[in-house]
Design a protein around this ligand. Structure first.
Ligand code: BG6
Length: 254
């Protein structure tokens, strides 16, 4: 029955916390690989959690992806007249428009009556262009907001699927394969032990910026992402994982 299902998820949450050494986990039932609406349920779970922790002037740094899109769609105004600012965590890393962090922060701001900034930087930058672009006052200001973000909302992807989605070159794809990349987050690719085996060069948040002042919310589900999620937790900082039952079971099976 219904109560058993709830209790079952609680047990899964405890096991998952133990396995990944997580501070907190929320599991929604189902498999988002199979049913698109499960992402919406994860989105709702993220919003319920945010309602409890967000403060009126918190800055949010947000990544792209279809999961973050669902999180944005699930947002509503918080219970205060705040001026929350939503900024993309990093510059462009090869997503189509609806899955881009720029688009997602605009939706989040609209849904919560907050504000947003967009970050327009080309996906591939030479070192020289990179150095000059980060000096641009408009870019510099956003980079400072990203660095001082209070809450980070991010997705995790399967490494090879993300590389293909970003149309990575054949060289990069074969390097990722050789190094056994399994997971991806913030444009960083990880092997099963959590070593960074490749990184997309772009401005904005770097893994080392995820310090203890930031509350990091990791949102990823689907059976196919089990190994990817586990790889992120080998090294990556996260305060809470919002996932689904299928991903949780896959992680616990290993
Ligand atoms: C991308 C992020 O936009 O979305 C990645 O840059 C993340 O870091 C990915 O892994 C997740 O996408 P999805 O569609 O599986 O939620």
């Amino acid at each position: 029955g219904w109560m058993n299902e709830i209790n079952g998820l609680n047990v899964l949450e405890m096991q998952l916390k133990e396995k990944l050494q997580l501070k907190d986990a929320v599991i929604v039932s189902g498999d988002s690989d199979k049913d698109a609406w499960i992402k919406k349920d994860m989105g709702k779970a993220v919003f319920s959690l945010l309602k409890k922790i967000v403060r009126p002037d918190d800055i949010f740094a947000v990544t792209g992806g279809s999961t973050m899109f669902a999180v944005a769609e699930a947002m509503k105004p918080f219970a205060f007249e705040g001026k929350n600012v939503f900024v993309p965590a990093r510059g462009g890393i090869g997503e189509q428009v609806e899955n881009q962090a720029n688009t997602i922060v605009a939706t989040m701001a609209k849904k919560t009556n907050g504000e947003y900034r967009m970050l327009f930087v080309p996906d591939l930058l030479s070192e020289a262009s990179y150095q000059s672009i980060i000096q641009e006052p408009a870019i510099h200001e956003i980079l400072m907001q990203i660095r001082s973000a209070d809450i980070v909302l991010h997705g995790v992807g399967d490494a090879m699927r993300m590389a293909e989605r970003r149309q990575a070159s054949a060289d990069i794809i074969s390097a990722l394969r050789e190094k056994n990349a399994v997971g991806e987050a913030f444009g960083y690719y990880f092997d099963a032990s959590g070593n960074v085996v490749h990184k997309v060069q772009t401005v904005g948040m770097q893994l080392k910026d995820l310090d203890n002042d930031k509350y990091v919310v990791t949102v990823a589900g689907g059976k196919s992402k089990g190994r990817a999620i586990a790889s992120y937790y080998k090294q990556g900082k996260s305060d809470v994982l919002i996932t689904d039952e299928a991903a949780a079971k896959e992680i616990l099976r290993d």
